[in-house]
Design a protein around this ligand. Structure first.
Ligand code: NI
Length: 149
C-alpha cells in the first residue's frame, strides 16, 4: 500500500470527468487500498479516485458505521422534497467548511470489488457523502454548491 498525493482545488484533474471502470483487476485493487490508506491518513470519510489524480469512477467511504468501495456508482433515485442542509468539507479544499443542500434519501447502484452489482438506499450522512464523492467523478466540488447566505 502507498500513500498518494491528494490533489487540491486549482488542479485541473479535479475538473475532469472520470471514466467508467471496465474490469476489476489487480491494479484496481491496489488503487482502492491506496485510496483507503490516503483517506485515513488525512482523516477523511470519503475519497474519490480523481482526488489522487486517477480519472476512474471509483469512490471509497468509511463513516464508522459502514465502509464501502463503489465502482461506477450511480445515483438512480433521490428525494427532491426531503433535503438536508449540512456542513461539508473536502480533502481537496483544505480549511473550508460550508453548508450544502443534499437529498436526505437516495438510491445508489454500484459494483463492489468482487464485481457484484449492488443497490442500496442511503440516508442522512451516508447519502451526503455519496453525493459529494459522485460529484468528484463529474468534476464538481462542494464549493460549487454552497448555499447562498
Ligand atoms: Ni471531496
Amino acid at each position: 500500500m502507498a500513500l498518494r498525493q491528494i490533489r487540491v482545488d486549482g488542479d485541473e484533474v479535479l475538473r475532469k470527468i472520470s471514466k467508467k471502470v471496465e474490469k476489476i483487476d489487480d491494479d484496481l485493487k491496489i488503487l482502492v487500498e491506496d485510496m483507503f490508506e490516503t483517506m485515513y491518513d488525512a482523516d477523511g470519510v470519503g475519497l474519490a479516485a480523481p482526488q489522487i489524480g486517477v480519472l476512474k469512477r471509483v469512490i471509497v467511504i468509511d463513516i464508522d458505521v459502514l465502509k464501502r468501495v463503489m465502482i461506477n456508482p450511480e445515483i438512480i433515485e433521490q428525494s427532491d422534497t426531503e433535503m438536508q442542509d449540512g456542513p461539508e468539507g473536502c480533502l481537496s479544499v483544505p480549511g473550508v467548511e460550508d453548508v450544502v443542500r443534499r437529498p436526505n434519501v437516495l438510491r445508489v447502484r454500484y459494483m463492489d470489488l468482487e464485481g457484484n452489482v449492488v443497490e442500496e438506499i442511503a440516508k442522512d450522512l451516508y447519502a451526503r457523502v455519496i453525493c459529494h464523492e459522485v460529484d468528484h467523478l463529474n468534476g464538481i466540488l462542494f464549493t460549487d454548491k454552497v448555499l447562498e447566505k
